[in-house]
Design a protein around this ligand. Structure first.
Ligand SMILES: Cc1cc2nc3c(=O)[nH]c(=O)nc-3n(C[C@H](O)[C@H](O)[C@H](O)COP(=O)(O)OP(=O)(O)OC[C@H]3O[C@@H](n4cnc5c(N)ncnc54)[C@H](O)[C@@H]3O)c2cc1C
Length: 391
């Protein structure tokens, strides 16, 4: 069988590796960019040695040991914890919103009173939403829900999705989370890391297999698909079908890099309402306990804008009733193509975290293997591992 994988992001790389090593078949991977990595693209800055993620920050976070072990075959994973901050009325506060945030933004007595009320109403170590807090008959908790709604959720949603104020749900319908705990980790998963030499390096290693041929700077439109028995398409599904049912909408991110700043706060700082950028990433502070040969920080300023074909890149799929209807039309048509498989964030028009992508890439290839053959493979182990570890 001749296999073609379109796109050398994480999804395409894992699919290619699985076909090469599990099916022992040849795979050609084409990538329109001049490098592999897709959304995970990163590099080590030559002058400073700092790992820069110029598209967006990507942390591996998973409860699935199998995925951790699988990726560890291709890189050394550097364990770390993501602790972003948020600017609330000029105060540097903890995100996720939690009991620590209360003590940072309110006078001590008031914060303590709110903390006691939250614990006695909902219990310690419980995750609630602003809606839960607001629906409560307690006036202080209602005030608290509205405070975070007005200062974090509402301005952040307007910036993130570019929508008007009146299309934002009321506070009483807002599923924005609040943790009744002192745990300031943004992700709570058991395993959290970044590949020590970067995601791009890890994806290059995944693709280093004798059965895989990688062609960079090659667009799907440049090749003859009929030369292949199977096609795994990780580009945008609307592009594959030449936009015949309309364009799928995405939000895009533009990161502007600055390398002459020093002493910026935190790893990542979120600005829901001040400035035009939505967050800053201080790359030197992402991996802890590393000494760099510079006192300068390389900082990424993230601006969110609408995706426009030919102008910028697709980042967040915008899922709304209209776009879901368009996607369904493409998906129905995709089902009529028995040898074309659409996968990943763009192929499935769905936001996936990195561990979910690895799992789905395994599943995509496992479906090609005769059921009897996979009973003892790690493809099956992955499903079992997932069931056992997602507590
Ligand atoms: C802003 C943001 C933050 C995120 N943060 C995290 C995080 O902290 N942790 C986490 O686990 N996940 C995170 N994710 C999710 C994760 O980064 C993405 O889901 C993932 O990178 C998608 O991988 P992919 O391979 O499916 O797609 P992509 O990475 O987009 O790869 C697709 C590849 O296909 C190529 N391609 C497309 N069309 C063609 C064509 N016609 N011909 C040839 N090549 C083509 C593209 O150039 C690209 O390289 C984040 C996502 C976003 C958008």
């Amino acid at each position: 069988m001749k296999n073609l994988v379109v796109g050398a992001g994480l999804t395409g790389a894992v699919i290619a590796e699985r076909i090469a090593s599990k099916l022992n078949e040849d795979v050609t991977v084409i990538e329109k960019a001049s490098h592999v990595g897709g959304m995970h693209y990163d590099y080590i800055d030559k002058e400073t040695g700092i790992l820069v993620q110029p598209k967006h920050l990507n942390f591996l976070h998973t409860n699935n040991k199998f995925i951790w072990d699988y990726l560890s075959n291709f890189t050394k994973l550097q364990p770390l914890t993501f602790r972003p901050l948020v600017s609330i009325q000029g105060i540097n506060a903890t995100l996720p919103l939690c009991l620590l945030t209360l003590h940072e933004v309110f006078p001590e007595d008031f914060a303590k009173m709110l903390e006691n009320k939250l614990i006695s109403k909902f219990g310690y170590n419980k995750k609630i939403t602003l809606a839960d807090m607001h629906r409560n008959f307690d006036e202080d908790l209602k005030f608290l829900a509205e405070y975070f709604y007005e200062n974090v959720f509402k301005p952040n949603t307007i910036k993130q999705w570019g929508i008007s104020e009146n299309s934002i749900p009321d506070c009483s319908d807002t599923y924005y989370p609040f943790d009744i705990s002192m745990d300031d980790r943004y992700f709570k998963d058991k395993y959290q890391a970044i590949p020590t030499c970067g995601w791009t390096n890890m994806i290059e290693n995944i693709l280093k297999h004798k059965n895989i041929k990688l062609k960079l700077n090659t667009n799907f439109s440049d090749i003859n698909p009929e030369k292949f028995d199977r096609i795994f398409y990780t580009g945008s599904i609307d592009e594959y079908f030449d936009y015949k049912h309309g364009e799928l909408p995405y939000r895009s991110v533009r990161t502007e890099l600055e390398n002459n700043l020093t002493d910026l706060n935190g790893q990542t700082f979120n600005y829901p309402y001040n400035f035009d950028f939505i967050r800053t990433n201080v790359y030197k502070k992402i991996i802890p306990n590393v000494t760099y040969n510079t006192d300068k920080d390389i900082v990424g300023f993230e601006y969110i804008e609408n995706f426009e074909l030919g102008k910028n890149e697709r980042f967040y799929p915008i899922n709304n009733p209209q776009s879901i209807e368009i996607y369904q039309k493409y998906n129905d048509e995709a089902k009529t193509l028995p040898n074309v498989f659409f996968a990943g964030r763009l192929g499935e028009f769905k936001y996936y975290e990195s561990d979910e992508l690895v799992k789905r890439a395994f599943e995509t290839v496992a479906k090609l293997i005769d059921k009897d053959d996979i009973s003892n493979t790690e493809d099956n182990t992955l499903t079992e591992a997932e069931n056992n570890t997602n507590e």
